[in-house]
Design a binder for this molecule. Structure first.
Ligand SMILES: NC(=O)c1ccc[n+]([C@@H]2O[C@H](COP(=O)([O-])OP(=O)(O)OC[C@H]3O[C@@H](n4cnc5c(N)ncnc54)[C@H](OP(=O)(O)O)[C@@H]3O)[C@@H](O)[C@H]2O)c1
Length: 245
């Protein structure tokens, strides 16, 4: 394994593996949601991570609400490279935003009881104006790749620059599959709610998103626990030697 953080993918799903939908509005799903939260963010969590990764759509859905960033197209050129605004945050929200689209308004966010510093992950496609916008807000950023996201470079930077030893891969499905497919996920943790809504068009735990090839992958069950409200917590490990064979 390269020198990168330990990565676990932790997600809440419906009975049919969907990660978003109307099913989330019923009590069965909210109890499962509490189980999901407690395992990775609660007072005595199973997972102790220094940051969690989210795809751009997930961030827009939950935090930036599809706002356009307030850009100054005449901003002075920013220095080359990464921008480390906060090096010792208790938690980082690692936001995959390759072309710099998210309309942040603050360098920190709150998810239930969890406070985190925003760390944007850009590529060479992000504009000078967007980087100047992040600097003005005090949001850290790293550049990982020129055109496409360079995951290995990103993970090395997260460890070296921000001390992230354990990283949660937190969705959505497109981001999750891109890391699992690349052999950059060590464990999968799924809390299944005893709920469904039958919608055909909502994303599942893993999605190619037209970005990553599909293809079969096997996982090794580590544990299966019945939790509150009829939810089930499944943990799988991923055997990287088997993957590369
Ligand atoms: N149930 C749960 O536990 C849970 C957890 C998280 C999210 N969710 C839900 O999941 C839904 C979103 O899932 P999604 O699968 O549609 O989208 P997503 O993974 O959140 O975001 C996809 C976008 O992220 C960027 N991205 C992801 N992987 C990339 C890669 N390898 N290289 C470059 N860019 C990459 C791209 O942004 P650009 O388009 O800007 O290039 C891509 O279009 C939301 O509704 C969210 O609320 C549920």
């Amino acid at each position: 394994m390269t020198d990168r953080p330990f990565i676990f993918c932790h997600m809440l799903t419906s009975l049919d593996g969907k990660i978003i939908g109307n099913y989330m509005s019923i009590p069965e799903a909210s109890t499962a949601g509490d189980v999901f939260y407690a395992l990775a963010f609660g007072e005595n969590p199973h997972y102790r991570h220094q940051g969690w990764l989210s795809g751009r759509v997930t961030t827009d859905d939950n935090f930036t609400r599809y706002r356009h960033p307030a850009l100054d197209e005449h901003a002075a050129p920013v220095p080359e490279g990464d921008f480390v605004a906060v090096q010792d945050a208790e938690k980082y929200y690692v936001s995959i935003d390759p072309s710099g689209r998210l309309g942040w308004e603050s360098p920190d966010l709150t998810y239930r009881t969890t406070h985190a510093h925003v760390l944007e992950v850009l590529t060479g496609r992000a504009s000078n104006a967007y980087k100047a916008f992040l600097r003005k807000l005090g949001i850290s950023y790293v550049i990982a790749g020129e055109e496409e996201l360079d995951r290995d470079l990103l993970l090395a930077k997260l460890k070296e620059l921000f001390g992230i030893e354990t990283l949660m891969l937190g969705g959505g499905g497109v981001l999750n599959w891109s890391f699992v497919h690349a052999g950059l996920c060590d464990e999968i943790s799924v809390v299944i709610a005893p709920a469904a809504d039958g919608a055909s068009d909502s994303p599942a735990l893993f999605e190619t998103g037209g970005r990553t090839p599909d293809g079969p992958r096997g996982f090794t069950l580590q544990s299966a626990e019945v939790r509150e409200g009829g939810s089930v917590w499944l943990r799988y490990s991923i055997d990287h030697e088997k993957e590369s064979a």
